[in-house]
Design a protein around this ligand. Structure first.
Ligand SMILES: NC(=O)c1ccc[n+]([C@@H]2O[C@H](COP(=O)([O-])OP(=O)(O)OC[C@H]3O[C@@H](n4cnc5c(N)ncnc54)[C@H](OP(=O)(O)O)[C@@H]3O)[C@@H](O)[C@H]2O)c1
Length: 270
């Protein structure tokens, strides 16, 4: 864990930590929050990717928010604890967490080996556990902390091609519900966001993997998935980012322990 760079010296704006900050949804969340003057802490495993992401967002937002990068491995409790101690010492407060780090391997039961299961559990679920645990104290000291955990629609609509994410997403939402009851007493809200298909680098991989099985191109798979949705489109990362920003904001002050679906109406059930 290393504090790498920041764009301006001081800020009194809310401080929000974003995991998976180099990824499709994570970088969109960082950009959305930066436009609202927040101080945003970008977490990721690769210092080079983090710095490139920071510079690109800084250029697009004209330096509106303060962007701070910490090279951190959320697969390690020691790395997370050291990161949180350092960022609290540097910034003095933390008001929010948006956890987008995670993968989504396409692998039915026979193909999903232990390593695949463990990688997704360790990053997506245990990463959320480690960050929420380490930040619970600092979040409780502020004026209404908020935690947003990105899960996915397989939580409520498990898919045989994605047993790993179906299970991990359900576990993540159960974790959020359980700790929302605990942290709510200290004014900290915990909610889950369940996106359907979102145009990110991960989606590109998934569309290609589906296409390899069905004889279609990734573009054709994407068009088919879009056509299945009542709104006829995939989500863009900014669609997720705006809802995450809402859940972080005082406008959502009475929402906790909730799971919000963001799939353009594609899910069959309620
Ligand atoms: N895209 C979709 O259609 C979709 C739909 C539903 C749910 N989701 C979920 O939404 C979340 C974000 O997805 P995305 O589409 O934004 O993916 P993405 O573009 O691949 O970005 C995910 C980021 O998470 C980090 N990451 C991945 N696996 C990790 C691990 N095991 N441990 C720690 N960090 C890890 C990576 O950052 P570093 O390597 O830089 O650390 C990566 O940049 C994921 O949990 C995914 O399962 C995605």
């Amino acid at each position: 864990m290393t504090p790498i760079a920041a764009t301006s010296a001081t800020s009194l704006a809310p401080v929000v930590v974003v995991t998976g900050a180099t990824g499709g949804m994570g970088s969109a969340v960082v950009e959305e929050l930066a436009r609202s003057d927040a101080t945003v802490v970008l977490l990721g495993r690769d210092a080079g990717r983090l710095e490139r992401t920071r510079q690109e967002i800084d250029a697009r937002t004209g330096g509106a928010g303060r962007l701070v990068t910490y090279e951190t491995d959320i697969n390690s409790a020691a790395s997370v604890d050291a990161c949180v101690a350092a960022l609290v010492a540097e910034l003095g407060r933390v008001d929010g967490l948006v956890h987008t780090a995670g993968d989504g391997p396409l692998a039915p039961l026979a193909e999903a080996d232990d390593a695949m299961w463990q990688a997704t559990f360790n990053g997506k679920l245990m990463g959320a556990v480690r960050l929420t645990r380490a930040l619970a104290g600092p979040l409780a000291e502020g004026d209404g902390g908020s935690v947003v955990l990105v899960s996915g629609v397989f939580r409520k609509d498990p898919d045989p091609l994605f047993p790993v994410n179906s299970a991990v997403n359900a576990a993540l939402a159960a974790f959020a519900k359980a700790v929302s009851k605990d942290l709510g007493r200290s004014g900290v809200r915990v909610n889950v966001l369940d996106p359907g298909a979102v145009r990110t680098p991960l989606w590109d991989e998934i569309a290609k993997a589906i296409g390899d099985r069905t004889g279609a191109t990734a573009v054709e798979v994407t068009a088919q998935v879009a056509a299945q949705s009542p709104l006829g489109r995939l989500a863009d990362p900014v669609d997720v980012a705006r809802v995450a920003a809402f859940l972080l904001s005082p406008a959502a002050r009475h929402i906790t322990g909730a799971a919000l679906t963001l799939d353009g109406g594609a899910s069959a059930g309620l």
